[in-house]
Structure formats: structure tokens, C-alpha cells
Design a protein around this ligand. Structure first.
Ligand code: C5P
Length: 425
């Protein structure tokens, strides 16, 4: 795995390896209409320095022909095990891969992979691969939700594969719903992260984690609200990194304008009360909840159905506020099950560590990520620095750097606290 780690530059997605070897990626393509989107994924992988071998299924070629895959990858393309037999491709391709990504993964392909069938070159490759495997499913909602598919997905995740959740949106024909292939740029991002972490990437496999992101808006009248400056970038980084580590991720996003991270179930909310309902619902079967959202402490106590008007000569009407529920403190005190790990964030402007310790005790969570905020720091930026305080007295300093790096540290600490095998039931 040395070559993988060297070959992938974490910052810009290029794979300019110091050893000169290019990370080898197998792009498996299933027979779904979304196969055309994988051309874009292939282009991103090759342009960022990866050596990509495309292994389509026979039915995938009905959507995009072998000539396209071959021209874009610069390698010959085969679907069966009888082409180039002297090179034993059904074994070699998988053995030599640093990453296998299957996009789109159809219901049939997921089933064949889960049951260990080896009836074409791609399923042979999946059986011989010892590297991380990413599946990006795409199918109609009914097929995705069918218990057979869900059980196959659970089996693959249990074995350590990263199965990203399909996106919600327009499907083939007039249908809309869950089942869309996530955007190629987002699948690429998952691949890049999984490659960068090599063998360590799947320590959250079989886990369900909930992340809140963004900032709540507390409505005052139909056009006005009380809000805050949170961009959601830290929460999205937490969601992306957890997907790459194999977790099923529910991202509760409050008023963000960021692209959905591939593989996360995104629940959109507006106010603190909506965020609380969504987080508590998702927390029931979760292993960890990370509250990165900036939740308004107060909301206008009265919502006016009509736009509040200027009052001639009387000045503005005062706005009365009511206190919002403290979701983090409530969840920490009243956990749906004792194994749930709860993580909070705290932005402090002064006496950061002392205030952080007090807040950790007050909130009752297991970990509190404390960062110093001020003009131009933390909010809306791509970088962050923090200290992660543990209820066990631990202190983990995270130097100034990308929000992804802080996210990885948070998951490292969560992973230790989860310990052992995934919870069942
Ligand atoms: O008290 P403070 O707002 O600094 O706490 C921040 C942490 O508490 C964050 O994790 C935030 O998501 C959470 N929080 C909450 N409910 C609130 C206010 C903050 O869960 N009403």
C-alpha cells in the first residue's frame, strides 16, 4: 500500500506520486443508464494521474460502447474472462488494483457481488481484489428500497466495502426519487479519500453516523429570519470523510449551499426545531452523532404570518425571543441507547480551553471540538484549527489545516470510542 499513499496528493486530487508509480484503479461499470456519467468519472481519474482499467459488464456496453472506455482509459476493454487469457485477467486485474470503484452499481451487480458470483470479468475482479472497493449504486427507487437490495448492500458494507447512498432526484423517464448516481465529481472525491487512507479507510464500515451542518434560521415573518454565518463546510467535510471510511451517513443540513456529498443521506432543515426532530429521528439507530451545525439559541417567540410593516412615526416593534432546545445537551442526557457517541462543536472567542472544558461538562457529550473564532476564522473558510476535548480528560490538538483533516481526527477519536465490531440490532 506504500505506492497508494505516495501516489495520492491529499490537497488537490492529483496523483503525482513521488515513486513515479500511478495508483491503479479499476472502474467497474454496471448496465444502467447512468453509465454515461462514469465517462466523466473516468476522465477525472485519468487526468489526476490514476492508471484506470475499465471493466464494464456485458449489459453496460448497451449504454456506452467499449471504444469509448478504451479511448478514455488508454487500455483495452473486456467484459468476459476469455479475452487475453494468457494474461489471466480474471485474477490479475483485481490483484493489482489499489482501488476498485463500481459506478453505476446496478441491483443485479450488487446481488452478484454480495453472493460472490464470478460469472464475468467484473465479478471475478471483485473477488480477487484485496484493495478498498467503492460501490456507487444507481437504480429505480423501488429496486433500491427492496429488502433484497438492502440486504445485499448491508452484506457488502459489513465486509468493508464502501457503498455510497444514491442521490435523490430525477431518474430515468419521468420518475424522481432516491436512486440517482451521485455526481461524478463527488464519487471522484470519495475515491480520492479512500485511496489516500489506503487500508485504514473502512474503520466505520457497518456504522451509522449522523452529522448536522450549516446554520439554523429562525423565521420572524414570511421573508425574514434570525440566522448565522455558518457555511456548513465543516459538517460536509465530516460527512464526506465518514463515507470514505465506510459509514452510512445521515447529513442533516441547515440552509447550506454546498453540493450534496456523494453517499450521504441528506435531510434538509431550516429551523432549530426542525434540526432537532431530524437529528433525534436519525439518532435512534446511529452509532455516533456529530453536531457541527450552528444552532440558534433563541428564536422569535412570535411568528407573524404577514410581512411586518414599517410603523409610521412609531419606530420598530421590539422582537421578543424564546429559548430553543439545546439539542446536544438533550441528546447527551437522554441517549436512545448507551453506546451512542455524541460529539459537539464549540466556537469560542476567548479563554478557549477553559470555556471549552466548562461547556463539555455542561453539554454532557463525549467529545467537544473547540475552535477559536473571530474575524475571518472558522466561519466559511476551508481551513480550521481546533482542540478536541474528551469527557475522559483527553486533549487532542489539531493544527491549522483543511477542515477534512479536523474531520478525520474527529472520526479517529469517535472510532476509538466505538471500539470493536459494529452494533447489531
Ligand atoms: O452552546 P453553544 O451554542 O456554544 O454549543 C455549540 C454546540 O451545541 C454545537 O455542537 C451545536 O450544534 C450545539 N447546539 C445545540 N442546540 C442548541 C445550540 C447549540 O445542539 N440550541
Amino acid at each position: 500500500m506504500e505506492r497508494q499513499a505516495d501516489g495520492v496528493d491529499g490537497a488537490d486530487g492529483t496523483a503525482a506520486g513521488t515513486t513515479g508509480a500511478r495508483p491503479r484503479v479499476v472502474l467497474g461499470v454496471g448496465g444502467g443508464i447512468a453509465a454515461y456519467k462514469s465517462c466523466e468519472l473516468l476522465r477525472r481519474l485519468t487526468e489526476s494521474g490514476h492508471d484506470v482499467t475499465v471493466v464494464p459488464t456485458e449489459s453496460a456496453l448497451n449504454f456506452v460502447g467499449a471504444a469509448t472506455w478504451s479511448a478514455l482509459s488508454g487500455h483495452p476493454v473486456a467484459t468476459g474472462v476469455w479475452t487475453g487469457v494468457h494474461e489471466v485477467p480474471h485474477v490479475r486485474i483485481g490483484q493489482h488494483a489499489d482501488l476498485v470503484v463500481v459506478a453505476p452499481a446496478t441491483a443485479d451487480l450488487l446481488a452478484r457481488a454480495a453472493h460472490g458470483l464470478a460469472d464475468d470479468l467484473l465479478t471475478n475482479t471483485l473477488l480477487t481484489a484485496r484493495c478498498p472497493v467503492v460501490f456507487a449504486p444507481a437504480m429505480h427507487t423501488e429496486m433500491w428500497e427492496h429488502p433484497a437490495t438492502q440486504e445485499n448492500v448491508a452484506t457488502l458494507r459489513r465486509r468493508g466495502a464502501v457503498v455510497v447512498e444514491p442521490a435523490v432526484g430525477r431518474l430515468t423517464g419521468v420518475d424522481t426519487g432516491k436512486g440517482r448516481l451521485p455526481e461524478p465529481a463527488e464519487i471522484f472525491e470519495v475515491c480520492r479519500r479512500v485511496l489516500a487512507r489506503g487500508g485504514l479507510s473502512r474503520d466505520l464500515a457497518g456504522r451509522h453516523v449522523v452529522v448536522s451542518a450549516g446554520g439554523t434560521r429562525e423565521p420572524l415573518d414570511p421573508v425574514r429570519f434570525l440566522g448565522n454565518r455558518s457555511s456548513g463546510k465543516q459538517g460536509y467535510a465530516l460527512a464526506r470523510t465518514a463515507v470514505a471510511r465506510g459509514a452510512r451517513v445521515t447529513l442533516v443540513a441547515a440552509n447550506t449551499a454546498l453540493p450534496d456529498p456523494a453517499g450521504a443521506d441528506v435531510v434538509r432543515v431550516g429551523s432549530a426545531e426542525q434540526l432537532r426532530d431530524a437529528v433525534l429521528a436519525a439518532a435512534r439507530d446511529a452509532d455516533a452523532v456529530v453536531m457541527a451545525a450552528a444552532v440558534a439559541d433563541f428564536r422569535p417567540s412570535h411568528y407573524t404570518d404577514m410581512k411586518i410593516k414599517k410603523r409610521d412615526g412609531q419606530g420598530p416593534e421590539p422582537i421578543r425571543l424564546a429559548e430553543n432546545p439545546d439539542i446536544l445537551a438533550g441528546l447527551s442526557a437522554d441517549r436512545p441507547h448507551p453506546g451512542l457517541v455524541v460529539v459537539g462543536f464549540a466556537a469560542e472567542t476567548d479563554d478557549v480551553l477553559a470555556n471549552g472544558r466548562k461547556k463539555l461538562a455542561r453539554k454532557g457529550c463525549d467529545l467537544l471540538v473547540v475552535n477559536e473564532v473571530g474575524e475571518g476564522t472558522a466561519f466559511g473558510t476551508d481551513d480550521n484549527a481546533a482542540v478536541v476535548l474528551g469527557a475522559d480528560g483527553s486533549e487532542t490538538e489539531v493544527p491549522y489545516g483543511p477542515k477534512e483533516a479536523l474531520a478525520e481526527t474527529v472520526w479517529d477519536l469517535v472510532s476509538v470510542r466505538l471500539g470493536g465490531a459494529p452494533r447489531t440490532g
